[in-house]
Design a protein around this ligand. Structure first.
Ligand SMILES: C[S@@+](CC[C@H](N)C(=O)[O-])C[C@H]1O[C@@H](n2cnc3c(N)ncnc32)[C@H](O)[C@@H]1O
Length: 297
């Protein structure tokens, strides 16, 4: 693994797991973080029928669903941009996961590179980080069947919901990845393999001491842009004004990206209202979209 694991030229082609306690990097997108981040994993804490389980007990044993801790506390210690959520998985979500995970699910274990061409039958692929409950993801996938959507989140109910939506709507162009998108980008995606990135309403981490957890940071973008094909788009949206300002600053400063608009983008009609966006609008927040493109030169 490289010195700055957020910005390697190439992802590791094979196993990159690191025994717990050895040379941890405490980073989000490359920024050193505090040791207490070590305790933060994403435990699955409810059984498929809603019963609470112990912290690391697998919810879906024997490969019947997402692994309990796919990004792996064994893998590294980092500041994470997500918060472990103790959400109830409904019986229908659990059922969708059990039936569909083997076909459409991906555990982000950081152990091997993914062949996106094989996974999506040669379609151009957009990575969506943080799809939440997946309604907007499913709508966008339905509207654009010639694009593959690799939808990544750690939220098990949302994974079940999106799998169910994909099945119900016959969306063969959606795959659901469980785990930390940074591990996915860094260890499992080939350089220049993505046609785009979507990050809609990422956790705003409003407290100053939590700003280091925000996903959109210079080091994160340095990593992302190595995985974007020339001409690939980066589309972000947020209802949190200070985060919008940070996004605009950070995206504009990334030399391999160009802004498709002068400042914020007008809301594109292809982006449906998301759940978190609706909540922000209810609170009177203003939504900003940002649309950038990976330079071709
Ligand atoms: C505030 S929610 C927004 C969900 C959805 N996009 C919407 O607008 O309704 C942010 C989501 O990003 C996910 N997330 C945050 N950091 C992530 C990461 N590094 N990898 C995968 N998912 C992440 C969280 O689990 C959460 O579901």
């Amino acid at each position: 693994m490289s010195e700055n694991p957020a910005t390697p030229a190439e992802p590791a082609p094979a196993a990159t797991g690191r025994p717990a306690g050895t040379a941890p990097d405490q980073q989000i997108g490359g920024v050193p973080g505090p040791p207490e981040a070590a305790a933060e994993t994403a435990p699955q804490t409810t059984s498929p029928d809603g019963q609470r389980l112990g912290g690391r007990e697998p919810m879906f044993p024997h490969g019947t669903g997402p692994a309990a801790d796919p990004a792996g506390s064994h893998h590294e210690r980092r500041i994470r941009s997500f918060q472990p959520r103790r959400s109830r998985v409904s019986p229908s979500q659990a059922d969708a996961i059990r039936r569909l995970w083997p076909k459409w699910g991906l555990d982000i274990d950081g152990l091997s590179q993914i062949d996106l061409d094989e996974m999506f039958d040669g379609l151009p692929v957009i990575l969506e980080i943080g799809f939440g409950m997946g309604e907007a993801t499913a709508q966008m996938a339905a509207a654009d069947p010639d694009t593959g959507i690799l939808a990544c989140d750690v939220h098990t109910p949302g994974q079940g919901n999106l799998l169910a939506l994909a099945e119900r709507n016959g969306l063969s162009n959606v795959r659901v990845a469980n785990g930390d998108a940074i591990i996915l980008l860094r260890e499992m995606l080939a350089p220049a393999s993505l046609a785009g990135l979507r990050v809609y309403f990422p956790d705003p981490w409003p407290k100053k001491r939590h700003h280091k957890r925000r996903l959109i940071q210079p080091e994160f973008l340095s990593l992302v842009t190595t995985r974007l094909a020339p001409g690939a788009t980066v589309h972000c949206a947020t209802d949190w004004e200070p985060y919008a300002e940070q996004m605009l600053e950070v995206l504009s400063a990334e030399p391999t990206l160009e802004n498709l608009h002068d400042g914020y983008a007008p809301r594109p009609d292809f982006r449906p209202l998301t759940k978190f966006e609706g909540q922000g609008l209810d609170k009177g927040h203003v939504v900003h979209d940002l649309l950038f493109r990976r330079r071709t030169d």
